[in-house]
Design a protein around this ligand. Structure first.
Ligand SMILES: C[S@@+](CC[C@H](N)C(=O)[O-])C[C@H]1O[C@@H](n2cnc3c(N)ncnc32)[C@H](O)[C@@H]1O
Length: 265
């Protein structure tokens, strides 16, 4: 590990807004704040919103600035990324922000039934080969249902055509109510910058206009940014869509495509 990373990790141990529970730790120890984030950490009754795979936490911090009466928790396994958002929140005195370093596969160990109001998925890895690692798969939806309020909102903002198409099939086959969906959030025929839907209220436009670290790379490469917002009711068994989807022609930022396949489920 580089010196810079070691320093960040050491400094982060002192941050009151960061909770670190990598898989190895939490598998043996119950998380005592589960079901008690509001009274024990936030000291209020406000709703809780998660950003899963938050990276540097641009949405966690950005949303917290806009909504002081909502609590935001960014979740990611990578500590060096979380550091950036956590430090910023501390510097700005944002008491409605926390970060949780853990694996999203075990996210339901940290939140109890109805504890979370909304989930943001920002530029999640498309995980084109393994559906059970995809954060919008039914595998994860079933986990989210354990702590998200009935009919709670899931926001997906992504560059990935694969992930967006997959998620569209997933919500359609399960008849999950879609409240908003666009395949091109920023571009319009006038070439204006920013969110282009004039029907949207100012706050929503401001929020959707927050750019994350990864988002900026994709925008520079000329990719359209896609966004959808849907509800996740608790009732009914979820089924995986049975469709072949064209793979993205890039694998990840700065990496080339590895697979020789052109579609995947
Ligand atoms: C492509 S990056 C996007 C980061 C950030 N949201 C952005 O837009 O800049 C995906 C992030 O999700 C995290 N991630 C992916 N799968 C995860 C998992 N199963 N558990 C925890 N974090 C995960 C990665 O560590 C990474 O920081």
């Amino acid at each position: 590990m580089s010196k810079g990373k070691l320093q960040k990790f050491a400094e982060m141990e002192t941050f009151k807004n960061v909770f670190q529970y990598p898989y190895s730790v939490v598998s043996e120890v119950p998380f005592e704040m589960r079901g008690h984030w509001r009274e024990q950490y936030f000291h209020n009754d406000n709703p809780i919103v998660l950003e899963l795979g938050c990276g540097k936490g641009e949405y966690t911090v950005g949303l917290a600035r806009v909504y002081p009466n909502i609590n935001f928790i960014g979740v990611d396994i990578k500590g060096a990324r979380i550091y950036t958002g956590a430090k910023q929140a501390l510097n700005e005195g944002l008491d409605n922000v926390a970060f949780l370093r853990t694996s999203i596969e075990i996210i339901d160990r940290f939140f109890s039934e109805d504890e979370v109001q909304e989930i943001w998925l920002t530029f999640s890895d498309p995980q084109m080969k393994n559906v059970n690692k995809r954060l919008t798969s039914t595998f994860f939806m079933n986990r989210y249902r354990r702590f998200l309020v009935d009919g709670g909102l899931v926001h997906l903002k992504t560059d990935s055509n694969f992930l967006f198409t997959y998620t569209t099939y997933m919500v359609n086959v399960n008849k999950l109510p879609v409240l908003y969906r666009t395949e091109d959030l920023y571009n319009n025929e006038l070439g204006e910058k920013g969110v282009t839907d004039s029907q949207m209220d100012e706050k929503t436009r401001e929020i959707l206009g927050i750019h994350t670290y990864y988002e900026n790379q994709w925008i520079e490469r000329g990719l359209n940014i896609k966004y959808m917002k849907f509800q996740l009711p608790r009732e009914g068994e979820l089924v995986e869509p049975d469709v072949e989807i064209e793979l993205d022609d890039y694998r990840s930022f700065k990496r080339t495509k590895r697979s020789s396949l052109s579609t995947s489920k």
